[in-house]
Write a protein that binds this ligand. Sequence first.
Ligand code: CA
Length: 292
Amino acid sequence: MYRDAHLVLDARATLGEGPLWDPVERRLRWVDILASRVHAFDPATGLDTWIDVGSHVGTVANRAKGGLMLAQRAGFTRIDPGSTTPVPVAEPADHPAGNRFNDGKCDPAGRFWAGTMAYDCTPGAGALYRLDPDGRITVLARGFTIANGLAWDLHRARFYHIDSPTGCVFAWDYDHAAGTIANRRVVIRTGPQDGSPDGMAMDVEGKLWVAHWGGSQVVRWDPETGAALERIQVPATQPTACAFGGERLDTLYITSAREGLAPEQLARQPHAGGLFAVRPGVCGMHASPFAG
Ligand code: CA
């Protein structure tokens, strides 16, 4: 059975991504990667504001000390409270000029994990990095094409990750104390008709909500059985990522992209690049802020 997501912001983003609920400011942060913008949407007023961060920005995280953390084209940056200018924090030594950071989030211990990809989507050119609160970068794994969709299930000591072109959601054993992963295996195989798996959010039941690029839908998947449990129809073919927000984390916000759509396609989906929302009937998990 399909349920529909509705438009909450006609943002017309080129590549809207990285939704993140800020429980302090009660706003949904999100990025337009290729426009180098970090947005903040206030559901109470419907107003959206943005800042230009000077280079492509894959994702945004809250910082425990206040301000924001970003994963940008070259590496990790931060924006201090009251500022709108990113300050470099750390850049991986092995990060090629043809790569950029893509999806990323903080783990339950407040370490910032983010993956990379090549602009030309060279197979296997991306890596998954971990930025620790002390500013050190560790390579967690290599060989990704489009590293996406991170989620941690602390209860099951699991980390979930997506490499979009494989069509699969992977689980790893997650060592919470060390911040490391091991033993990668496939837990969900999506079909070509589903659309490519992109960003992902986990609910309180440990189920995964995956945005399917090219599939006009967000699907709730069971990582225990690999089954699709529910499908949310999105009125745009390229939903990119989703995150739970609102005071009770009971609203699923969905970003989307206009990138690559022809004028006749945009005429059929005028709200492509918008921000959508749905009440899925289950609550999400709080996103951990960066502990540094
Ligand atoms: Ca993505």
